[in-house]
Design a protein around this ligand. Structure first.
Ligand code: BMA
Length: 689
């Protein structure tokens, strides 16, 4: 992907040489206060306090010690009043004559969350109602050299949403959130708290220029982007679903990406993007799906994906609900799409635009029609509204703005309960977890492209201790329940642990074993998907990261600590791997390569007895074509059972270096007859032996 980056850089440098507009950042020090509220509120009212822009009202209240940390213990409940506040932000500033002399001065907000009125020197210069848009106003006539006063006044998003909801004669699934163009996870999710933020969440600036001066050019012109096709061709099974990039089919390995904080500007400041994306690269991830209940990510996310070689499946921000399609809403969506596609289309990393998360699946499978009592006429109207947004407005805008990239209206295309979900399109297989099916089901339910599946694991003990006291360390405690948002989360964790492991008793052991269980489940799924290459061409587990410290499906917890899953994923995503296939008690191996060159490997197979060590061994030399997959019989009689496992190692034939390693256990871990381990630890200064 580096070759594509070079041309972008070159173009931006060239463009800037011809222009002399003056740009002044208005980030940095602002002030904020609470103006009014729907309810009786505590102390923030009345006085101006220092504020940070870009930022959120919650983080400003926190740094002024006006609220406790919303992530600690049960504090999420304590801070719910914040969403009902009317918040005012203010900046007083001077400007240089160089700016003031320009013909035109534009005030530009890259993000306002969400319902805001912007007032400059007593004149309303713009009103905003969509968190995902950039907002601009020509302000030259209002500006003066000194003492400019800029106000941004927010009214509560949930208040407006509630009023919009009352206007409807139908009940929409998922309550008020669908009426607001604001990150949907802010209203709470099954891994996230309800923290309905407000604020100036992206940079603000003034730009002045003269009519004669060059305007910044469209960044996509003359940029060489990869040629990307989403290949959907009929075949004997159904229809293919894979990405062909620059002529080469690419097997996608990765995960779903959720916003890395409830308070997004904070994540950026703390360099969370660099950490999470480098970790992804190091684990062999080559695709992340930016999931539709979050946000169109910060520029830094896409810049990093470009440079690390991580492809991006980009959802538009709609998830698991129905959305209205009145003219005001549609117009807002149209402008949102215009802005986001124009902002992002020059990134080589983006290989797919996807309309939404789980709306098509939901409409046909979640029983909304019955639950909300829709008549035939209601259903028709709702389905037409759906079509308008996802089959008309969004693809229509893409055809104008980014015709070269594929569009997929909804992920997944078919519900996981239907057979056709495994023959075409992408699938979110939640039979394991939501349906409580055993982990082995992953071996059967293999889709053409597996864009979601997952298993929960508790976060690291240190992370848990950052929000819980010693007395809270029990899954039945109020605090641990508040940090588990899935209705039957702990029940399922227990169920899946008991299927595979001895039931842990101590809380620390529950944490540890839940992570092993999660890693085991995801290994099973990933291996099943990779074994099925080339019929299957993608595996994205749910979910890469967290937005707060929580029990979730993530591989990396909010504090950046890796769960056992991370290390298992890293092993399972190795470019060249030997995957066991157990058939009628006999072991075969499927060798899979995602490398773009021929790989010469030595495959080493060992039967290892837990007490007596290596019982049998076989080595053979194999040449794997680029991107190829092949079945091999294993030349050994020994079996993986309760006393022994089989270890498969692939070594580079030339250098002897280890390419990948896979250990196959024939029975659940709780049935293994493992001898007592003898481990001694010596610590010498900074060396552990
Ligand atoms: C998927 C996602 C999310 C959810 C996850 C776990 O379907 O799209 O909505 O968090 O399941 O339940």
């Amino acid at each position: 992907m580096k070759k594509y980056l070079f041309s972008i850089h070159f173009l931006v440098c060239c463009a800037s040489g011809f222009t002399q507009p003056v740009t002044v950042s208005l980030d940095g020090n602002w002030q904020f206060r609470q103006y009014d509220s729907l309810h009786q509120l505590p102390s923030a009212k009345g006085t101006w306090h220092p504020a940070t822009v870009p930022g959120t009202v919650h983080t400003d209240l926190l740094s002024n010690q006006l609220i406790p940390d919303p992530f600690y213990r049960l504090n999420e409940q304590q801070v719910q009043w914040v969403e009902d506040g009317f918040w005012w932000y203010r900046k007083i500033f001077d400007v240089s004559p160089a700016l003031l002399q320009k013909d035109s001065i534009m005030l530009q907000f890259d993000g306002l969350d969400t319902y805001a009125t912007v007032i400059l020197n007593d004149s309303v210069v713009l009103t905003a109602d969509n968190m995902f848009r950039q907002w601009k106003a020509e302000v030259k006539k209002y500006m003066k050299p000194t003492g400019n006063v800029l106000f941004v006044k927010f009214i509560p998003a949930s208040l407006v949403a509630g009023l919009l909801k009352e206007d409807q004669h139908l009940t929409y699934p998922e309550n008020e959130r669908v009426f607001v163009r604001k990150a949907q996870y802010h209203f709470g999710w099954d891994w996230g708290p309800r923290l309905v933020t407000a604020g100036i969440w992206r940079p603000v600036r003034l730009t002045g220029w003269n009519a004669s001066e060059h305007q910044p050019g469209d960044r996509t012109k003359n940029i060489s982007l990869p040629s990307v096709q989403l290949v959907r061709e009929r075949d004997t099974i159904g229809e293919t679903f894979y990405f062909r990039i620059d002529g080469r089919p690419v097997f996608m390995k990765g995960a779903n990406w959720v916003p890395p904080d409830n308070f997004l500007p904070r994540a950026k400041k703390l360099q969370v993007y660099q950490r999470l994306l480098n970790d992804a690269k190091n684990a062999g991830v080559n695709m992340l799906r930016v999931w539709g209940g979050g946000v169109y990510e910060d520029d830094i996310f896409y810049d990093l994906c470009d440079s690390l070689g991580i492809w991006v499946w980009q959802d538009f921000m709609f998830a698991g609900a129905l959305y209205p399609a009145d003219s005001a809403f549609v117009e807002s969506v149209r402008e949102e799409v215009r802005y986001q596609v124009t902002r992002l289309r020059h990134h080589p990393c983006i290989v797919l635009w996807c309309g939404n998360n789980e709306i098509e699946e939901a409409w046909f499978n979640w029983g909304w029609q019955k639950q909300f009592g829709y008549t035939t006429a209601d259903s028709l109207r709702l389905w037409n509204d759906y079509h308008r947004i996802f089959h008309d407005v969004i693809p229509g805008m893409l055809a104008l703005l980014d015709p070269g990239r594929p569009y997929w209206p909804s992920s997944p295309s078919t519900g996981w309960g239907r057979d056709s979900a495994y023959r075409k399109g992408d699938v979110h297989y939640w039979g394991v977890w939501c349906g409580k099916a055993p982990v082995e089901k992953y071996n059967e339910k293999v889709g053409r492209f597996n864009s979601e599946y997952g298993m929960q694991g508790l976060p690291d003990m240190k992370t848990i201790r950052s929000f819980a006291r010693a007395k809270d360390l029990d899954t039945a405690s109020a605090v641990m329940k508040a940090h588990q948002k899935h209705p039957f989360g702990y029940e399922n964790i227990k169920l899946y642990i008991n299927n595979e492991f001895h039931a842990p008793v101590k809380f620390e052991h529950v944490v540890y074993v839940s992570q092993l269980m999660q890693a085991h489940a995801m290994k099973t799924a990933i291996e099943a998907h990779r074994r099925n290459k080339p019929v299957t061409m993608g595996t994205l587990f749910w979910q890469w990261n967290d937005c707060w410290p929580v029990v979730s499906w993530s591989a990396i917890d909010y504090a950046g600590r890796k769960k056992a899953l991370y290390y298992e994923v890293k092993r399972s995503f190795a470019d060249v791997i030997a995957l066991p296939v157990a058939e009628a008690g006999l072991l075969k191996v499927r060798l899979v390569s995602d490398a773009d060159t021929v790989t010469n490997v030595i495959m080493e197979t060992q039967v290892i007895h837990f007490r007596d060590g290596v019982l049998q061994e076989d080595t053979r030399s194999i040449t794997l074509p680029p991107g190829g997959a092949m079945n091999l019989p294993v030349n050994i009689a020994g079996r993986a059972d309760s006393t022994a496992c089989i270890r498969l190692r692939l070594l580079d034939r030339q250098t002897g270096s280890l390419l990948s390693e896979n250990v196959y256990f024939g029975v659940p871990a709780r049935l293994l007859q493992l001898p007592e381990s003898k481990i001694s630890v010596n610590v010498f200064e900074n060396v552990i032996e």
